[in-house]
Design a protein around this ligand. Structure first.
Ligand code: HEM
Length: 512
């Protein structure tokens, strides 16, 4: 008996150790998720930086109780620690592959299999449902196909007058703030929200208080999302309901959804009464604003009311906050770089005096202003990171990613890579002059993402931004009040700063 025990104990220990080693090789055991492997069998650390964990539970608790600000810094530190390499985290049930290099991002952007968004987007679903941003597979394919014509060049041309009209309204407001401190965050978002409502949805926002409440509610929804993002326990709906800001989310969703439903209803009534003509005076098929495309699809039974709401919420959310963020940072950088502002002024001075006479072509030809916008987006991308998920085991970048692996593409880091943008912290619009871009990696500048799931509204956004910048630069000199060192960045779906950005406007001499 004793002999049997003496023999079987070491055998059992041996078997246990073998099993443990095998499991440990395959799974990050205490984090319950499968490990990544390399395609060629070489050590993982050769291909990717594996971030050390603070506890034995993977990297889950490394992020516990973070704030939007500290999570932004944590991500930046994680990239710095990885020293220019892509890096890996192990979370509950799934690894997270963080891509900070254009070379590897390219393969992901171009993969037809990696189009499903990751778990972070599920936190957006109470707000956006299954709209274009969050949906996948067949639903996403058919909606993208249906909505693409709503952003065609011809449609953009018809939006130009709306941009100009809203711009003129804003310039009048800005004249009242001349020589005073101006908080850009107080005036710009209203401009971009009005634009997206009127162009994409075909509804004029006449009641400003409604727009104000909507913007506030979106900010609150993002804050709750951030809370959930910073604490893995809050991913669980029950825990979030009991201990999180569940009530705040519900109340603000009510406001945001009521606002968009109201806009849809207004347009639906108009749509039914006019049955918006389908051919123009030349007999050509007319292209609709995006909401009309959806209403036409509804009339043909291809989409239901909920589907329309999801798309409208998605376009309003994606279409206004991203663009206003870009405008705010660009105006700040112009204020901080007088020489750049002067070059822009020289370019816009050549435009016709009456803005009604400026065509889309003329805006397209404002090359230097475009370089300025691009450089602002490079340094301060409105969408700092995006995510994908492996719906099945996938081989990418020489790595075997298990099913459910979460992928983060850090646009913010990619566009600050000194290999592609030397001296990346310097604001230098000339980087985007044609002669300076010829040898650049095609995926080094990706503020609108790339591949199949790129931004559907990018041309819309650039035109809208140009219209306002040209008008502001023509009318005012912009002086800085806020400096970059005054700003604390926050991580979110959209890049934010804790402080409002302030500038001072001086009336230009020829505009007395
Ligand atoms: C400076 C302005 C903008 C920036 C930087 C920007 C950036 C982006 C990025 C990075 C994505 C990819 C998101 C992801 O994969 O998670 C995206 C997607 C999207 N954007 Fe934009 N965007 C801007 C303006 C707009 C505007 C004006 C609209 C609409 C009017 C819009 C509508 C959308 C939609 C619907 C998607 C989802 C597309 C899809 O998955 O098929 N965006 N945008």
């Amino acid at each position: 008996m004793i002999l049997e025990v003496l023999i079987s104990v070491p055998v059992l220990i041996f078997i246990f150790c073998k099993l443990w080693a095998h499991l440990n090789h395959t799974y990050f055991i205490l984090s319950l998720c499968k490990r990544l492997r390399t395609e060629d069998g070489s050590p993982l650390e050769k291909k990717i930086y594996v971030t050390p964990t603070k506890t034995r539970f993977g990297n889950n608790f490394d992020l516990l109780n973070f704030t939007s600000e500290s999570i932004f810094n944590y991500m930046r530190d994680a990239s710095a620690q990885a020293n220019g390499r892509n890096y890996l985290w192990y979370f509950f049930r799934a690894p997270m592959y963080n891509v900070v290099r254009a070379e590897e991002a390219e393969e992901i952007f171009q993969s037809p299999k990696l189009i499903t968004k990751n778990m972070i987007y599920s936190l957006l679903e109470p707000f956006l449902g299954e709209g274009l941003l969050t949906s996948t597979d067949q639903k996403w394919h058919s909606r993208r196909k249906a909505l693409t014509p709503a952003f065609h060049f011809n449609v953009l041309q018809s939006f130009l007058n709306i941009f100009k009209e809203e711009c003129n309204k804003l310039i009048k407001v800005l004249y009242q703030s001349v020589d005073k401190e101006l908080e850009l965050n107080q005036v710009i978002p209203q401009f971009t929200l009005n634009n997206v409502c009127e162009t994409a949805l075909g509804v004029k926002l006449d009641d400003m208080t409604e727009g104000f409440r909507y913007r506030k509610s979106i900010h609150a929804i993002e804050e709750v999302m951030q809370q959930r993002l910073c604490n893995p326990f809050f991913y669980n709906v029950v825990y979030f309901y009991l201990y999180g800001d569940y009530r705040k989310q519900v109340d603000n969703l009510k406001i945001a959804h009521a606002f968009s439903s109201n806009l849809i209803e207004k347009r639906r009534r108009l749509f039914k009464s006019k049955q918006l003509e389908k051919v123009d005076e030349f007999g050509k098929k007319q292209r609709y604003a995006m909401l009309d495309t959806l209403l036409a699809a509804e009339a043909e039974g291809q989409i239901d009311h909920q589907g329309i709401c999801d798309e409208v919420n998605t376009f309003m959310f994606e279409g206004y906050d991203t663009t206003s963020t870009c405008l705010i940072f660009t105006l700040l950088m112009l204020a901080l770089h007088e020489d750049v502002q002067q070059r822009c002024y020289e370019e816009v001075e050549n435009l016709p005096e009456d803005s009604d006479d400026i065509s889309v072509f003329q805006y397209n030809e404002m090359f230097y202003l475009e370089c300025v916008i691009k450089e602002s987006l490079r340094m301060f991308p409105s969408v700092p990171f995006i995510g994908r998920k492996c719906v099945e085991e996938s081989v990418v970048n020489g790595l075997i990613l298990p099913k459910d692996t979460q992928i983060n593409i850090h646009i913010y880091e990619i566009m600050r890579d000194p290999r592609h943008f030397p001296d990346p912290l310097r604001y230098q619009p000339d980087r985007f002059l044609p002669e300076n871009t010829v040898n650049r990696h095609p995926f080094a500048f990706v503020p609108f993402s790339a591949g199949q799931r790129n931004c559907i509204g990018q041309k819309f956004a650039i035109l809208e931004i140009k219209v306002l910048l040209a008008a502001v630069i023509r009318n005012f000199r912009i002086l800085p009040i806020t400096y970059l060192a005054d700003l604390t960045f926050e991580n979110g779906i959209v890049l934010r700063t804790q402080q409002n950005v302030k500038v001072k406007l001086i009336r230009r001499k020829n505009k007395l």
